[in-house]
Design a protein around this ligand. Sequence first.
Ligand code: X2X
Length: 336
Amino acid sequence: MVSISRRSFAAAASALPLVSIGGRFANAADFTYKLATNLPATHPLSARNAEAAERVKAASNGRLVITIFPSSQLGTDTDMLSQLRSGALEFFTLSPIILSTFVPVASINGVGFAFKSSDQALAAMDGELGAFVRAEIAKKGIVAFDRIFDSGFRQITSSVKPIKDPADLEGMKIRVPPSALWTSMFRDFGAGPTSINFSEVYSALQTKIVDGQENPLPIIDSAKLYEVQKYCSMTSHMWDGYWLLANQRAWKRLPNDLQEMMQKEFAQAATDQRQDIAKLDKELRESLSAKGLQFNDVDRLAFRDALAKAGFYTEWKEKYGDKAWQLLEASAGQLS
Ligand code: X2X
């Protein structure tokens, strides 16, 4: 066995350049930040964010290292939102509709049957409506990156029966994410909504705590919800996205050049991710059918009329206020 003295070991070590194993980076990271999400690593949101994190690491010569934590590894959405607020978590992608538990107006993109297409919804979020919401988020000490990610239109699945008409929702035990908009909308349909964080959804469906849930097809696919559901009804009742959010203090600690790098690379991630979702939207009905999910289409207007009769639009217009509602109607058309 070769013995080396402490001194000669230290001398040898100090002669080594400070490089990572790949030999690529000159320095240890100045900032090691976490980015968490509720979605599996295979969903385009996680995959594109992981690519952007790699690009930022390379462009910053390893000064900013962002580690992605998919699949609610750091806790439920409710937990992660409080970690983001305290600064324990630096970055978090969250549905605006869930963010409304902290920033009430944030859920406005989820008003039932408002948007007619993802393009229309994304244009609104890239335009004045999104700017209005981001300004409200900023008032609460959270930074929302400009370019929202696409989650898609939400569809209703069930283990019991297909939803063909609004009346089929009556009495349905359906899981909804934690947010007043979701509970209100499904109550107005006469359903029995239960708020459950996404990390618990698969098992809640498997153990029949609830009979159904609603999510966009790319999530039904990547989280394998088709394994525990039989029917998928194409209601497209809400358009949902993901804001990339930063804790404001953590964000301000980053020098300008690193902030700019992040803005650029994560805007690119959002652009790429939107294309992924558009492509999946076209393909998934077929591939999920092949996995055994039974699809049906619905008359969306019948569902919208049922909500209007229940007073849903009047109630939410009052909650959001005239300014926000006008911005929504300017993009989506008249609602109330
Ligand atoms: O919790 C859900 O259903 C999910 C994954 O779609 C959201 O984050 C709103």
